[in-house]
Design a protein around this ligand. Structure first.
Ligand code: ADP
Length: 805
């Protein structure tokens, strides 16, 4: 990103316009001053800036530059010059001294000034980094180096000019030089003689008689790898007549390797021609070795960072990139230096910008915590790459030391995930389409079924020759079977198409099981099967509540219990047990002592229409009950499975999620189970086009063996069947395909034959006003859907003539 671009251009550094960035601004370890580019007045300053100057924001706004430029020679004039250049589009970076609050001496700071567009306004942004401590240390280091250099040079001069005097004080010098590991040497051009003084011998631990006497001997002492380089250095110095310095390894006669820092210069004769050289040499082995070790470690870490396929980024707390590892090129096509000094936010996808800034702010706010973020970055070729970054502050207690970010390209992983999700969605869509088709088809089948069943039943009432009556009987019973099939296919496909709605709520377990048991008791008696009781203690007492649709839960239990009875043996037993499941929910087990399910066919269980051999027996069924029950359980967030099966019987297990005890619903658990057997005969006409409701009512009436139900799937058919059969009671749905339920009621009341028949309205959505109208039109009672079985039985019973109950 170029900082030289004019404000507002795409390449210009932008500050985020949201408060997240304001937070970074405030919390930044750098002091940040925002200046007006025309007047240079301070318009804003962050906390660090106020701390540094000891001034309030208002004081800074009024007279900001006076706080910043008050130390000679870092004057107002110079400050303005920097600001002016920055305003002209030339970013500034310079060192500066200023008075800081709370310290006597002026402090060194490093300042960068850039021109930026801030919420559209043109501003100069000055980042002031306090580096006084570093500067002081650097100063001290520089001073000591300077001193050493000066000392070396002074020494050289003295060696050259006053060798004699030097010799006199050799003894003392030797000692001090030995400590400094510094010695002197000479080379005479005329004789070629090399001389090492005693200090040099001592510094390197060489006996005086082993010191080199000529240039060749000196060169021979050098490490093989260094010899050529040093010879070249000396030659160059001779030709250019310049002083020189070198670092080389000496291999001493005893085999030790020493690192030596040497300096040399030419000595000239009176005629100006070189007569030889003098110099110093210093044993720097320890220092060199320490440096080498450091460099090796550095190189190790560097190679670690540079060789990881991850992009490693080091950014300061303001988000300015200080380092990008070379992977930047491989991953995003930019040279590693390209974004150093900028925030990189400009290559982040716009839709990810807010999240990225928020994540960065969170990192700065929570030093030591690792943040992970997936977002998109623009590749140099313009494409977008999805990356995953993990980042944390270098210092676990503060963001000031910067933030290390490891970034990985996860585009392929993301694409694969998306492709998988798409494939899954396609498959689900296809499945839904299939279910949708089945649902529609089943629905359409009901219209002709209405006629077949309705007129079949009418015919059955007529006086027919016995052979015809038998045929009509077949038509009606086959029609009923077909209706049953259609019901279940419709319900299964509706669940699969997601069109069946479930009222999931806390349901008291024990009463629901008791209700189902009550409903199948007559069937059990018919088959000579003992049905076990189920008390509250069999399911955790009154506290056991499950997440379910109560009506559907009873439907599932009815299915399982009916199977357990139907496929049992005479004298067999069926019971239901409840127990907390491992996952915190509830498990209900329906156990029978039947013939079991053949092991090799267990896999077909729950498959629609699979009757596993039962089709060859006279046990009636459609092969849809288990498939439907399993889907019902799943739709309620639970599961249905065969837990075990063998010659001694089978155990089916229903799993449901546990629900908390709903306040004020206690009476539900306390409600007594439905009375088990009720005598009396009655004919009920149920005018209802919804097959699921019809099936449920049929199932409920299994507990009333003497009650016969006549279904009418259309309103007018209902009126006709009522006239024909004169039922004891009419159950009337309000939404019918041909005429409204209210009209059916009117026609029933208008006909003297049916005017007195009790009518119970069954509806899910009648308003109080419409109920009042129905009551005035002659309705006797009203039941809401979903039906509550106890209430249903009680209401029906109340309105039946005495002989029927
Ligand atoms: P249906 O009972 O209408 O045939 P289901 O879907 O309820 O259909 O059951 C499928 C088949 O599984 C049954 O036909 C029967 O062969 C077998 N089955 C179900 N429950 C039991 C059981 N408790 N014991 C033995 N076999 C069973």
């Amino acid at each position: 990103m170029s900082s030289h671009a004019p404000p507002g251009s795409p390449g210009h550094p932008r500050l985020a316009p949201d408060d997240g960035y304001r937070g970074i601004f405030e919390a930044s370890g750098d002091a940040i001053f925002v200046h007006d580019p025309a007047t240079f007045a301070v318009t804003d300053a962050n906390r660090r800036a106020r701390e540094l100057t000891g001034a309030t924001l208002d004081e800074l706004r009024a007279n900001g530059l006076a706080y910043i430029a008050a130390v000679e020679p870092f004057t107002l004039e110079r400050a303005r010059a920097h600001l002016r250049r920055a305003a002209a589009g030339e970013p500034q970076r310079f060192e500066w001294r200023m008075r800081a609050a709370g310290s006597d001496a002026p402090r060194w700071v490093e300042v960068t000034i850039e021109r930026v567009a801030l919420r559209g306004a043109d501003r100069l942004l000055a980042l002031v980094r306090d580096f006084d401590a570093r500067k002081v240390a650097e100063e001290a280091l520089r001073a000591s180096r300077e001193e050493l250099r000066a000392a070396n040079e002074a020494l050289e001069r003295r060696v050259a000019e006053r060798t004699a005097e030097l010799r006199e004080r050799e003894a003392q010098l030797e000692e001090s030089q030995r400590l400094a590991r510094l010695g002197a040497w000479t080379w005479d051009a005329a004789t070629g003689a090399v001389g090492w003084d005693a200090a040099l011998c001592a510094a390197l631990g060489v006996r005086a008689d082993q010191a080199p006497r000529d240039l060749d001997a000196f060169l021979a002492l050098l490490h093989d790898d260094d010899r050529e380089r040093i010879a070249a250095t000396v030659t160059r110095a001779l030709t250019h007549r310049t002083p020189y310095a070198y670092d080389a390894r000496f291999v001493l006669p005893d085999g030790r390797v020493r690192h030596v820092h040497g300096r040399g210069r030419l000595v000239f004769g009176a005629d100006g021609a070189p007569t030889g050289m003098v110099g110093t040499a210093q044993d720097v082995t320890e220092r060199r070795e320490a440096e080498l070790r450091l460099a090796e470690r550095e190189a190790y870490y560097r190679s670690l960072i540079e060789n990881t396929s991850d992009l490693v980024t080091f950014a300061d707390a303001a988000g300015v990139v200080r380092y990008h590892s070379p992977s930047l090129t491989r991953m995003l096509g930019y040279p590693p230096e390209s974004h150093v000094g900028s925030t990189s936010f400009d290559i982040i996808h716009r839709d990810d910008a807010v999240a990225t800034r928020a994540a960065f702010a969170a990192l700065v706010a929570n030093p030591g915590k690792t943040g992970v973020l997936v977002y998109r970055l623009r590749h140099a070729d313009g494409s977008w790459r999805t990356v995953e970054s993990m980042a944390r502050t270098v210092d676990p207690h503060s963001a000031d030391a910067g933030i290390v970010i490891n970034t990985r390209d996860v585009t392929d992983r993301k694409l694969a995930e998306e492709a998988l999700a798409r494939a899954k969605e396609d498959a689900e869509r296809a499945n839904r389409a299939k279910s949708e088709f089945l649902s529609r088809m089943s629905h359409e089948l009901r219209t002709p079924m209405n006629s077949i069943l309705g007129f079949g039943q009418l015919l059955a009432r007529a006086q027919l020759p016995p052979s015809h009556a038998k045929g009509v009987g077949h038509i009606v019973s086959a029609g009923r079977h077909l209706l049953h099939l259609i019901n279940e296919v419709l319900e299964i496909s509706r669940i699969e198409a997601g069109r069946e709605s479930f009222a999931l709520e806390p349901v008291a377990l024990a009463p629901a099981v008791q209700e189902a048991l009550g409903l199948v008791r007559p069937l059990a008696q018919q088959h000579g099967v003992t049905l076990g009781d189920f008390g509250p203690d069999d399911a955790g007492g009154r506290e056991a509540f499950v997440v379910a649709d109560r009506r559907r839960l009873v439907q599932v239990l009815l299915n399982l219990l009916a199977n357990a009875i139907k496929y049992n043996r005479p004298g067999g037993a069926v019971r239901v047990r409840g127990a907390p499941a491992a996952d915190g929910g509830w498990a209900l087990r329906v156990e029978d002592t039947g013939r079991g399910i053949p092991a090799d066919r267990v896999g077909e269980l729950f498959t629609p229409f699979a009757r596993l051999g039962a089709e060859t027996t006279d046990v009636e069924g459609t092969g849809l009950g288990l498939a439907l029950s399993q889907r019902l359980c799943e739709a309620m967030g639970g599961a249905l499975a065969l837990e075990s099966s063998g010659p001694a019987g089978s155990v089916f297990r229903v799993d449901l999620g546990a629900a908390p005890h709903p306040m004020g619903r206690g009476e539900e658990a306390a409600r007594p189970p439905a009375p088990a057997d009720v005598g009396g005969e009655a004919t009920l006409l149920y005018v209802e086009d919804n097959l699921a409701n019809l099936t449920l009512v049929e199932a409920i009436l299994m507990s009333r063996p003497g009650w016969r139900i006549i279904p009418a799937l259309q309103g007018q058919l209902g009126v006709e069947l009522a006239r024909e059969h004169l039922p004891d009671l009419v159950l009337l749905d309000l939404h019918l395909p041909d005429i409204p339920g209210a009209e059916v009621l009117r026609r029933l009341r208008a006909d003297p034959r049916t005017a007195a028949i009790p009518v119970v309205v069954v509806s899910a959505d009648a308003t109080p006003a419409s109920l009042e109208r129905l009551r005035r039109a002659g309705a006797d009672a009203y039941l809401t859907k979903p039906l509550d079985v106890d209430e249903f039985l009680a209401v029906v019973q109340r309105h039946l003539p005495a002989r029927a109950t």
